[in-house]
Design a binder for this molecule. Structure first.
Ligand code: 5GP
Ligand code: 5GP
Length: 226
């Protein structure tokens, strides 16, 4: 083999490694995370409504996060794949409704979506491209109506409930056990902040969570109004 042929052969092997690396899915499941806007706003940091107006009094998407079974997770996996609004222009109004941003200063959501894509979405690029990633999250939100599930169990904004009754109501409606994350209101009371459901690596099917994060709630928690 000439030196030239040898370097071609080496390049081919390297290319193949790269292809296998890109094609292989390197996470075990997703957390699908939704936030209660009343609990994002009702803290010491407070919030800002999007430039498109006050969001609905409903759970909003926070993100779809690739995770490992041991509880750790990959992040910022591909700096060569920035968020590109033109790839999801057909989903924009659904995203504004279902994935509103509440951070300050007010924005139309692009910064939030961009952060979520770059930190989390790039780590599941082997199965979901940008359009499929946002579309999957939107359709997961349609699968389980969290607010309706809670209301059906008599759990409505403006009250205080046992953590167990909240988990039971969602388990009943979703068919899978959720994980509830709490934060504290401005007086220091624990309140329901985010609800996690687990999803298989295709991004479409709910599953039982392989692992739950560390608890952040007390046994009785607030469900503030928004
Ligand atoms: P916090 O530290 O407030 O719990 O989380 C901050 C951010 O870290 C989250 O919004 C999310 O981006 C990321 N994060 C926290 N816990 C997890 C996790 O268990 N899995 C994944 N994939 N990301 C997480
Ligand atoms: P994560 O916690 O997913 O790493 O990051 C959330 C980032 O998105 C933070 O930098 C936060 O300022 C920004 N962000 C923008 N809008 C929202 C929102 O409505 N909720 C949350 N939790 N973060 C938001």
């Amino acid at each position: 083999m000439t030196k030239f042929q040898c370097s071609i052969a080496i390049s081919l092997v390297l290319l193949q490694c790269l292809a296998v690396h890109v094609a292989s899915q390197s996470f075990d499941f997703f957390y699908f995370v939704q936030q209660w806007p009343g609990s994002y706003c009702d803290t010491q940091q407070s919030c800002c409504y999007p430039t498109t107006g006050k969001p609905a009094a409903d759970f909003g998407i926070h993100g779809l996060w690739p995770n490992y079974n041991d509880g750790s997770y990959p992040s910022n996996c591909d700096s060569s794949s920035p968020f590109n609004p033109s790839e999801v222009s057909d989903l924009k109004s659904s995203m504004q409704n279902s994935w509103p941003t509440l951070a300050c200063p007010s924005g139309d959501g692009e910064q939030f979506w961009s952060h979520e894509w770059e930190k989390h979405g790039t780590c599941s690029e082997s199965v979901l491209d940008q359009h499929a990633y946002f579309e999957s999250a939107l359709s997961l939100k349609q699968k389980v109506n969290l607010l309706q599930a809670l209301k059906s169990a008599g759990i409505t904004p403006g009250g205080s409930y046992s953590l167990k009754s909240i988990k039971d109501a969602i388990t009943e409606a979703a068919g899978y056990t959720p994980w509830i994350e709490c934060n504290k209101d401005s007086s220091g009371n624990y309140q329901i902040y985010q609800i996690y459901l687990c999803v298989d690596t295709s991004g479409s099917n709910l599953i039982e969570c392989p692992v739950f994060p560390k608890g952040t709630c007390s046994s009785e928690i607030e469900f503030p109004s928004f």
